[in-house]
Design a binder for this molecule. Structure first.
Ligand SMILES: [Zn+2]
Length: 414
C-alpha cells in the first residue's frame, strides 16, 4: 500500500516517536527505580514484560538454567539460578528473516552513595538528562527499543517486522543470560544490542577476563611485623606482576587498550595482627584473537611468580569468577552496518561513525556462537559504572527514529 504523497512513513514514524516519547521515559523511570543488581533482576524483568505486552508483543519467559555454566562459551555467574528468567517479546510472522534486539536489565552496584547528587535508584531528570544507576547502562537502550517498536506499529499498522526482543540478565559479569537465551532457541538472522553508543555503530570488543586471587602468609602479632604486612605485601606484589601482564598485552598491538582493573582488595581481620590472607578481584582486558585459555595462563603465571616463593600455609589460589569473554568483531563492510547506517542517515542526515570498545558486550555471543551479524547502537550516556550515571533523553528519541526506520525496512525486506 502506497503512502499518501506528503505523508511518508518516515514522517509518520517521527510523529509517532514524539507522541510516544513521554511514555518511554516513564517506562525508563520505572526500570531505574528497580535496583536490578546481579541476582535481583526479576522486578525489572516484570516491568519489561508489562511494557512489551502493552506495545503489542507476545511475551514469554526463558529459564536461566544452572547448567549454563557448563557451556564452553559461558562465564561464571554468582548464582543462585532458581526463579531467574529472561523476558522475550516477539512480533511478526514465524517465517522469514528475524531480527533480534537485545538489552540487559542488570546493573552494577551504585558504589559510594555520597558521590551521587541524588539517590542512585531514585531517577531524577535535570537539564534533559535522567540520572540514576542503570539509566545509561543500559535501561535507556530498552526504552529506545520499545519506543521504536511502538512508533513503528502506529506509523505502519499491520506491517509487523519479524523480530524478537531479549531482556538479558547477568551481562555485567558473565554474559550467561544472553547465552542461555541462545541455547533456548531465541535466535535470529541479525542482532542489534541497544547498549549506549552515543548513536554510533559499535562493531567490536576485546577479550575480558574476571578473576579472584587469594594469597596467604604466616601471620602473627603486630609487634613482630616490621615493614612486612604478611598477605597484604604479597597481594601488592601480585598487582605489580599483573601490571606487567597488562603492559605485555598492550605491546601485542591492537586499536584498544587492554586494561587491568583491581576492583576489590581485602586483607586481614584485626588491626594488631599481621594479615594472613588477602583477596583481590580483578578484570583484565586482552587482545581480540587471543584465546581465553591463554589469558588465563598468563594470569596464573603472574600470580605464581609473585606469591610462589613466599613461605605460606597455603599456595595462592586463582579463581575465574565471571567473564571469560573472547573478543569479537563485525566487519565494517557488513550489510548490517550499511543498513543501520542508512536508517540513521535517513533520520539525522549524516552517516554515523563505526567504532570499537575496549570492553565487551553480549554481541560476542551472536558473532562467535551463532555467526550472525551483530552490533550495538544506543543512546548518549555519561558516567557509566560511576556516580551520577545519566542518559540524554533526546538521544533516546533520536535513536528510536533510526531504529524504527531500520525495523520498517527489515519488515519490508523479509
Ligand atoms: Zn551494558
Amino acid at each position: 500500500m502506497a503512502q499518501p504523497k506528503h505523508h511518508s512513513v518516515e514522517t509518520a514514524i517521527d510523529e509517532a516517536v514524539d507522541v510516544c516519547a513521554e511514555r518511554a521515559f516513564a517506562f525508563l523511570e520505572e526500570l531505574v527505580r528497580e535496583p536490578s543488581l546481579p541476582g535481583a533482576e526479576q522486578g525489572a524483568e516484570d516491568i519489561l514484560a508489562a511494557e512489551l505486552e502493552r506495545i503489542g508483543m507476545a511475551v514469554e519467559r526463558v529459564p536461566f538454567p544452572e547448567a549454563i555454566e557448563h557451556d564452553a562459551a559461558a562465564g561464571v555467574g554468582p548464582g543462585p539460578y532458581d526463579g531467574r528468567t529472561i523476558v522475550v517479546g516477539r512480533l511478526g510472522r514465524d517465517r522469514g528473516r528475524r531480527l533480534l534486539l537485545n538489552g540487559h536489565l542488570d546493573v552494577v552496584p551504585a558504589g559510594e552513595e555520597r558521590l551521587w547528587s541524588s539517590p542512585p535508584f531514585a531517577p531524577s531528570i535535570r537539564d534533559g538528562w535522567m540520572v540514576g544507576r542503570g539509566a545509561g547502562d543500559m535501561k535507556a537502550g530498552l526504552a529506545m527499543g520499545t519506543l521504536a517498536i511502538e512508533a513503528l506499529l502506529a506509523a505502519a499498522p499491520g506491517r509487523e517486522p519479524p523480530m524478537t526482543l531479549v531482556g538479558a540478565i547477568e551481562e555485567e559479569q558473565s554474559g550467561n543470560g544472553t547465552l542461555a537465551s541462545i541455547r533456548a532457541g531465541v535466535v535470529g538472522d541479525a542482532a542489534i544490542l541497544l547498549e549506549p553508543t552515543d548513536l554510533e555503530l559499535l562493531v567490536a570488543g576485546i577479550g575480558v577476563l574476571w578473576f579472584e586471587v587469594e594469597v596467604f602468609a604466616e601471620a602473627g602479632h603486630a609487634l613482630g611485623a616490621g615493614p612486612a604486612m604478611g598477605a597484604l605485601t604479597i597481594a601488592l606484589r601480585v598487582i605489580e606482576e599483573l601490571r606487567r601482564v597488562e603492559s605485555e598485552l598492550n605491546m601485542l598491538g591492537g586499536r584498544e587498550r587492554h586494561a587491568l582493573n583491581v576492583g576489590t582488595l581485602t586483607a586481614g581481620e584485626w588491626q594488631s595482627s599481621i594479615p594472613s590472607a588477602a583477596r583481590l578481584g580483578c578484570r583484565l582486558g586482552f587482545p581480540r584473537g587471543m584465546a581465553v585459555d591463554e589469558a588465563m595462563r598468563r594470569v596464573r603465571v603472574a600470580v605464581d611468580r609473585a606469591a610462589g616463593a613466599e613461605p605460606a600455609f597455603a599456595a595462592p589460589r586463582v579463581r575465574f569468577n565471571g567473564f571469560r569473554a573472547e573478543g569479537y568483531e563485525l566487519p565494517a563492510d557488513d550489510p548490517l552496518v550499511a543498513a543501520l547506517g542508512a536508517a540513521h542517515r535517513s533520520a539525522h542526515g549524516r552517516t554515523p561513525a563505526v567504532v570499537t570498545t575496549a570492553g565487551t558486550t553480549d554481541a560476542r555471543f551472536y558473532r562467535n556462537q551463532l555467526g550472525i551479524p551483530a552490533l550495538c547502537y544506543g543512546p548518549r550516556v555519561e558516567n557509566m559504572h560511576a556516580a551520577d550515571e545519566r542518559v540524554e533523553l533526546a538521544s533516546i528519541v533520536a535513536g528510536a527514529r533510526t531504529l524504527a526506520r531500520f525495523l520498517h525496512a527489515w519488515g519490508e525486506g523479509s
